[in-house]
Design a protein. Structure first.
Length: 281
């Protein structure tokens, strides 16, 4: 039973979101090594908060996508019956509540800096509305989901303060476009189930070819932008070498079928996270 509640949150995705917080913090702080216990505590609580928000978002999406996943992903804990649908909704609300609590702790430990809690509350409302409504709106759902990815970097920067958001904003924008492209390819992969349920995704409305072109353009935009953090002196030379590997994987993902694209782009995003780290230290 417990195993299914761990499986449904897809821990690897939550860890990536949590790791993005660390990267946002490091970039905003210029590679600041945490010697101050209070700062370490705020960073630790912030990483837990975003892990919980990512988990809550995944679970509530699975709740609203129950009938879609019955067709597209019947092996998942919810459509397979391993977890009751009503229990999953309560589980997501519990995760959101815990995430808000840890975000509150970050802001409480940072007098005059309520922005982490503010961002957490905004994203909670957005995530619930996204799962219920935005996700089914043409392209809007893709962009809102990509905002959640980008905002993890911003959340990390806000833990340190809001003075150096410019540097982190570039990283957030790159991740936004990369994830938006990945989401479009995900819509192509899910087209069979989405059609049966009358959804209006990009490939359903305009066809798979146009959707693939738009998804590819978004990923290419992220690749083109990827050297900017080095060019502007925000990250060191090791970043450039590492991000070129991520770019190569992103480019390779454009020539495979949508299912393989999802795997390759996820690998590329992990490599890009590593590139951000080596560019700071």
């Amino acid at each position: 039973m417990v195993r299914h509640y761990i499986e449904i949150i897809r821990p690897s995705d939550c860890l990536m979101a949590s790791f993005a917080v660390l990267i946002g913090f490091l970039v905003a702080s210029g590679g600041f090594v945490v010697h101050d216990f209070l700062m370490f505590l705020k960073l630790f609580f912030g990483m837990i908060a975003v892990f919980l928000f990512a988990a809550a978002g995944i679970v509530i999406n699975d709740y609203f996508d129950y009938h879609i996943d019955k067709i597209n992903a019947p092996h998942r804990p919810l459509p397979s019956g391993k977890i009751k649908r009503g229990h999953s909704l309560n589980y997501s609300y519990l995760l959101f509540s815990l995430g808000i609590f840890f975000a509150f702790l970050v802001s409480y430990l940072s007098p005059g800096n309520p922005w982490c809690l503010f961002l957490a509350l905004i994203n909670t409302a957005l995530e619930i509305y996204y799962a219920r409504n935005f996700k089914r709106m043409l392209l809007i759902g893709n962009f809102v989901d990509s905002w959640f990815v980008a905002s993890s970097f911003l959340f990390g920067a806000l833990i340190f303060g809001y003075e150096n958001l410019q540097a982190v904003s570039i990283l957030a924008l790159i991740s936004f476009f990369a994830n938006a492209g990945r989401e479009v390819f995900g819509d192509i992969e899910d087209i069979a189930g989405d059609k049966k349920l009358g959804l209006k995704t990009l490939p359903i409305i305009y066809g798979e070819k146009i959707a693939k072109k738009i998804g590819s353009a978004l990923i290419l935009l992220a690749v083109i932008m990827s050297p900017l953090p080095w060019f502007f002196g925000l990250l060191k030379m090791p970043y450039l070498f590492a991000v070129l590997l991520a770019d190569a994987i992103f480019l390779a993902s454009l020539s495979v079928d949508p299912r393989k694209n999802q795997l390759l782009t996820k690998i590329a995003m992990v490599v890009a996270l590593f590139a951000f780290v080596v560019g700071v230290i």
